[in-house]
Design a binder for this molecule. Sequence first.
Ligand SMILES: [Zn+2]
Length: 187
Amino acid sequence: MKEKINLLNIIITAMIGSGVSLFIDFVWSKPFLSTITYVVIALFNVLTESAKLVLKVLVMDIKVWVLLLLVLIVKAVKLVINILNTTTSNEDKKQAFEIYTEDRLKNWRWTWNWVKSGGNWSVRDLKPYCPVCDSTLLEHKNMVMGEYSVECPKCSFVRRYVNDERPDKITQMIIDIAKNMHNEALD
Ligand SMILES: [Zn+2]
């Protein structure tokens, strides 16, 4: 059985082989057919070369893309670094300016907060402190006399504001000092 199959294989192979060689001989014996074969082979070669070229261009394009992408990444990183630097320096300036919330002006200590509204910074919650016990002084305004006075709730220190101790004057002094620390608009 096995031998029979082997024999059959040999016969078929031989037949195909002779068939193929007969066909080739036939093709080459006919000038027209051999021309077509040449054309087919030439076309095949052209297609192969084209495919290779396309592949080369694609590879080159990929290189160009990688290069462009790298350039873009570098630019993006530089931009982020610049933004971070600008933000940090702005914050530094702001901090240097905003931490100035306490000073000893005229006869006692003052504290205040900085508030930004409409692009301008202004002094809020200005408080004088008792020169004797450092408690927050209470301010009184005499509506009739138009006078300000301060009183310590703890040690009973009382004083009428002298002209240059008035809160509006102290505020202006604070703003002038702050202007030397920061260039942003101040009220
Ligand atoms: Zn006091």
